[in-house]
Write a protein that binds this ligand. Structure first.
Ligand code: GRF
Length: 203
């Protein structure tokens, strides 16, 4: 299977997927990495791994529709079986999501349905939560609302700030996301009737 990864920044999740493919833990090929930001460090990670690294700068497009249409066209030229959002910090149009429905994955740094959107770590702290975490889910047109595949919890400590908590969550992200991509590429994970199904079991 062809995996295409969309990023906006550091790309630590991308790196984890690159490493897992190199280690034979994901049976697939990273066909391309696309960033909406020219300065994303993840583009360098892709280049270092010999993966086509493309910048499609959203600032050079008039609106969301035209950006997403261009993104779709670029992506489709790599014939993706799986589109992985890895810190891609843009809301996607329903047209885009529908086009890749069932093969579009996202990682979100909260225990969904809690804290959809941004600033999840600070919101968990402000709310006095004792647990926080991450969710990997299929993307549907509802923002951060698609069926959850797997979640991982971490503790929140009293001296945490958003930075220390984010670090604790991200330490788990780099183990969980490659595993999900591995399941997907092995044909074990699908989305049916808006539900995530792994090995025939509804999650
Ligand atoms: C991760 O925390 C992810 O959950 C969120 O954005 C961050 C991206 O980090 N959506 P990186 O670019 O993979 O290092």
């Amino acid at each position: 299977p062809n995996i295409c990864v969309l990023i906006s920044g550091n790309g630590s999740n991308l790196q984890a997927i690159i490493d897992a493919v190199a280690a034979g833990k994901i049976h697939g090929k990273i066909a391309c990495v696309i960033s909406n930001r020219p300065d994303a460090f993840g583009l360098e990670r892709a280049e270092n791994a010999g993966i086509p690294a493309i910048c499609l700068d959203h600032k050079t497009f008039e609106d969301r529709e035209s950006y997403d249409a261009a993104l779709m066209e670029t992506l489709d030229s790599y014939a993706p079986d799986c589109v992985v959002l890895a810190g891609f910090m843009r809301i996607l149009t329903a047209d885009f999501v529908d086009h890749y429905l069932g093969k579009l994955l996202n990682i979100h740094p909260s225990l969904l349905p809690k804290y959809k959107g941004l600033n999840t770590h600070q919101r968990a702290i402000d709310n006095g939560d004792e647990e926080h975490g991450l969710s990997v889910h299929f993307v549907t047109p509802e923002l951060d609302g698609g069926p959850v595949i797997i979640q991982c919890k971490v503790p929140v400590f009293s001296d945490d700030d958003a930075g220390t908590l984010a670090q604790r969550v991200q330490e788990q992200e780099r183990h969980i996301y490659p595993l999900v991509v591995h399941w997907f590429c092995g044909g074990r994970l699908t989305m049916n009737n808006n539900k995530a199904v792994l090995d025939g079991n509804v999650l």
